[in-house]
Structures are given as C-alpha cells and as structure tokens.
Design a protein. Sequence first.
Length: 199
Amino acid sequence: MADQSAVTLIEILREQCLMRGCNGIKGLSVIFRAMDIDYSKRIVFEEMKLGVEQFGIKMSENYLRTLFDALDINHSGGIDFCEFMHKLRPPMKQCRIDVIWQAFDKLDANKDGAINIDDLKVVYSQNARNHPKYISGEMTEDEVLHLFLDTIDTPGNPDGKVTRDEFMNYYAGVSSTVDDDTYFDLMMRSCYGLPNKGC
C-alpha cells in the first residue's frame, strides 16, 4: 500500500508540473538545483520541501515524507537528483523514446554524448540560416544555434551543451502535450530530417 501511495504521489507531482506546460519538469529541476545548497547533487528532505513549496505545489508534510522516502532508494537521507528527474519524466511508449534518441544521435555529430555548438554547425546550420532572425540580420548563425541549445538546455543553468538526459527531459515534456503517437513521430522526423518510419 505504501508503494502504491508513493507511485500516486509521483504521478500527482508529475501532473502538477506538466500543467505548467512542457517546461514544467525543467522548471522544477531549476528549483531543485537551487535548493541543492552544497552542490552535492543530493536533495535532503528540507530542501525538497522548500523546492516543492517554491514551485507552488501543495502537498502535506506526510505526503512529502512518503514521496521523499520512496525516492531515497538507498535510505541515505538524500535523493539523487538525476534519478529524481528520471522518475518525474512522463511515461512514453517505446516508439517515442526511439525517435527522440534518433534525433539526439543525429545532432550529436562527434558522438561524445552531448550536443554543443560545434555539433549543430555540422548538422543544423541550414536550419539556422532559415531562421527569421537570421534572415532579417538580427542574429548571426551562432546566435541562432545558441538559442536552439538554450531552449533544450537546463533553464537557469545553460552550459552550452545538451546531454542525453536534458534532451529526453525536454522532449518528454513536449510528448506529454501530443496525444497521437503518429503525429509526435512525424513532428520529430520532420523537425530533425529523420527518415520516415512511424510509430
């Protein structure tokens, strides 16, 4: 019963994040990173409580404790941040996960596990030159490519590269706003010039 309660609380937290749009999960990550005062990449209970309150999510202390205990798998008194974010991602069908990874792999030109400006210059520069702000002269190609990276990068902490986890977090949020698997697949393939396959 406790396990079921924890699963329900994770679903409630996820739902409240997603009600804020596809940036909801990324927004929560910013708050939790800010609460990680000692930069240990572990969130203790009081930090989680403050982060959830700051994000405007109402949850009783008992529910928060149940949630915290469920996420603190090794009972160390702290939650691994990456694991917490992984659990918050909305569940997706495998076909959606596959097309997201195909897009990431295409953008990661040097295959180092992260997308940076040099990768984008290899595989995405034509898209940058078609951007309205590039055409109007308001932005250079590099500025357009940085804008693209910043959209997917962790908000409030952009470091000029997008990891696989950050890419998945972003598109998990987008996926939650698209009901139809075929449409999501088509959208991803069209956006990143992937060969047609379909869900």
